[in-house]
Design a protein around this ligand. Structure first.
Ligand code: KE4
Length: 427
């Protein structure tokens, strides 16, 4: 595949941008080779600057749930931008967005917009600490909640990919109140609560972790998290930046029927523009400035264009059969990948939840990050590049989830599986 333009751009980028990228996972460090550059995307496809067409399963890491450049989103952005790009003054779209999310997610009685998922998660844990007047926060190994200083401890996503989950530049004092627990492990969490009686402000968790690949909560596990936080006066914070409005209209909390105290959102609610949000019980949210003592702010929070794009994304999602289609495609991809791996005699675990998925090269099931770390990453690298050369763009790391949009057709999935069948035979 000709990538001359991309190579030239990457060489240039390296002179001005650390690692040539504005976010580490884009750098292909986990799979080798250099990233390609994209300047056009439509539906389930992206085109790189050399004109190569790719079926895209990254979808900007989740926001493009309707596929890229959906006409309703493009129009919403164009029409809104005509009247200004940012006011720093309340605008009607912020109210429309807040009202819609509160209607769709029963656990959210009030919500505050931010400009990224990181900000949303950082603000949610500050709020949990302010509301409970406790300091300790529990997170799970392999889960990623953005590059929040106190949460970059055994993080997932890029941090995990680079194999040193704890980042440089974070004083030990910043993480002394962060406790890391193994995901899907009931006994371990019981011990942690017993050893930290009345000191835990909250648990922040990806209800379906998508930052060490993808694995699911074991049956009853999320219910257990709800019970143990309730019993200990700690808050349950669902980080739904990735799962929100993707795994169901009301997110993972609807799919698994759990009511968290706080939730964070991002990605889909911005329709591809910079956005995040955190929301939950009114008595907790009302601790936020200007009402309460927990400070939180943002110049572009509730930006009118991001709101317009997000509202267009959500409204289009909620009309018609979008969620049925996403479920169908996810099942079709999983079935196809599993049979292709069996036919090629390649051990593969293919985890799927709705329109999120991840294939691990291992014969053992993957229920947590320790299982994920045992997969064959060399095989993953070869598979990634084989699929890329076949015109299919998968996430450039074993420790990332893949995403399907409503623009992915059954034929696209068939094409993907056929390509995988060929590549798997070469592994
Ligand atoms: P942002 O700050 O990147 O908008 O959101 C952080 C975040 C928070 N919570 C969850 C569950 C997330 O998945 C993320 C960000 N996801 C990564 C993909 N694994 C973003 C991609 C990147 O870092 O470039």
């Amino acid at each position: 595949m000709n990538r001359t333009q991309s190579e030239a751009l990457f060489a240039q980028a390296l002179n001005y941008i650390p690692g040539g990228v504005n976010s580490p996972v884009r750098a292909f460090r986990a799979v080798g080779g250099n990233p390609f550059f994209v300047n056009k995307a439509k539906g389930a496809r992206v085109w790189d600057v050399d004109g190569n067409e790719l079926i895209d399963y990254v979808l900007s890491w989740g926001p493009a749930i309707l596929g890229h450049a959906h006409p309703k989103i493009i129009t919403a952005v164009q029409v809104t931008a005509e009247f200004g790009t940012s006011f720093g003054i309340p605008n009607p779209l912020e109210v429309t967005m807040a009202k819609l999310i509160c209607e769709l997610v029963p656990s959210v009685q009030k919500i505050r917009m931010t400009s990224s998922g990181t900000e949303a998660c950082m603000s949610a844990i500050r709020l949990a600490r302010g509301f409970t007047r406790r300091d300790k926060i529990i997170k799970f190994d392999g889960c990623y909640h953005g590059h929040v200083d106190s949460l970059l401890v055994k993080a997932g996503s890029g941090a995990l990919t680079f194999g040193h989950p704890d980042s440089a530049g974070i004083p030990a004092s910043f993480t002394q109140h962060t406790i890391v627990a193994p995901y899907n492990d009931v006994a371990a969490l019981k011990e942690i609560f017993a050893a930290n009686k009345d000191q835990i402000a909250g648990i922040i968790v990806e209800p379906v972790p998508g930052n060490a690949g993808l694995y699911l909560p074991k049956p009853g596990y999320l219910e257990f998290l709800r019970e143990i936080t309730q019993a200990n006066g700690a808050l349950l914070i669902f980080d739904e930046v990735m799962t929100g409005f993707r795994l169901a209209r009301g997110g993972a909390q609807e799919r698994f029927n759990i009511t968290p105290d706080l939730s964070t959102f991002g990605k889909v609610i911005g329709g591809g523009l910079p956005v995040g949000a955190f929301g939950g019980r009114a008595e907790i949210m009302d601790c936020l400035a200007p009402l309460g003592p927990v400070y939180q702010a943002g110049t572009l929070s509730g930006n009118p264009i991001a709101m317009a794009a997000g509202l267009a994304n959500l409204k289009e999602l909620f009309d018609g059969e979008a969620y049925g289609k996403l479920e169908e495609r996810g099942q079709q991809l999983a079935a196809g990948m599993k049979s292709a791996a069996n036919a090629a005699h390649v051990p593969m675990q293919f985890n799927v939840c709705g329109s999120m998925f991840c294939g691990y090269f291992t014969s053992e099931p993957v229920h947590n990050v320790a299982d994920a770390m045992r997969s064959d990453r060399e095989r993953f690298k070869k598979f990634f590049h084989g699929m890329l050369d076949a015109g299919v763009y998968l996430a450039p790391s074993q420790f990332e989830a893949g995403f399907i949009s409503t623009a992915h057709t059954a034929a696209d999935i068939e094409t993907t599986v056929a390509a995988a069948a060929k590549v798997l035979r070469t592994l």
